[in-house]
Ligand binder design. Structure first.
Ligand SMILES: [Zn+2]
Length: 196
């Protein structure tokens, strides 16, 4: 049995396998100024959270295959028909209709550039990105929204042309499978497990 809980779906239901929580011994909390009297206990807990992607699942599946999916409103009744969304939006915010999923990998490779950026020297708990983290906002030709992501190599500049890279080896199925590098970066310089 796996140490980590695993989930799959069958007949429309979650099927759970493995351990979803682990009991860890309590440790006493004592008062150093008062003869080490007992004050309480720690309750260490580790749990597996089941996070459902719903209609966004195709986006995360595609990243590991080197594809960037976006969505487009194709509703004839919508005043803003043809609007393209990256990040991926399941529904059109104007007509609330279901958007069409589109492959915009080629558009990203040809037209992505840094709209603005932010360099963070510190980060919060559970961060696994290398610091400083170079957060970038990316604009694309013909796309009406701006994508938040991170630059893996080089230093960000306004208007800088960037290309997407994908964690094709050992994908995590999270947004971290997508990153960006300056246009013209050779494939051999990419971070481990990433490719164009
Ligand atoms: Zn619409």
């Amino acid at each position: 049995m796996s140490m980590f809980g695993q989930v799959y779906v069958s007949n429309g239901k979650y099927r759970l396998k493995g351990d979803f929580h682990h009991l860890t011994p309590n440790i006493p909390i004592r008062n150093a100024e008062d003869g080490w009297k007992l004050m309480g206990v720690t309750n260490p807990r580790s749990m597996t959270y089941i996070h459902t992607y719903g209609g966004e699942a195709p986006f995360f599946e595609a990243l590991g295959k080197g594809k960037l999916l976006g969505t487009r409103c194709d509703n004839d009744e919508c005043e803003f028909k043809g609007t393209i969304y990256q990040p991926f939006r399941i529904h059109c915010p104007d007509c609330l209709g279901r958007n069409t999923v589109i492959d915009m990998t080629a558009t990203a490779k040809k037209t992505a550039k840094i709209h603005t950026f932010m360099v963070c020297e510190r980060s919060g708990a559970f961060n696994i990105l290398d610091k400083p983290i170079k957060f970038i906002n990316i604009e694309f030709e013909g796309v009406d929204t701006i994508l938040m992501s991170y630059l893996s190599l080089g230093d960000p500049e306004f208007g800088m042309k960037v290309v997407p890279i994908f964690r094709k080896q050992s994908p995590t199925y999270t947004i971290l499978d997508l990153s960006w590098v300056p246009e013209g970066t050779p494939e051999k310089d990419l971070p481990e497990n990433f490719g164009f």
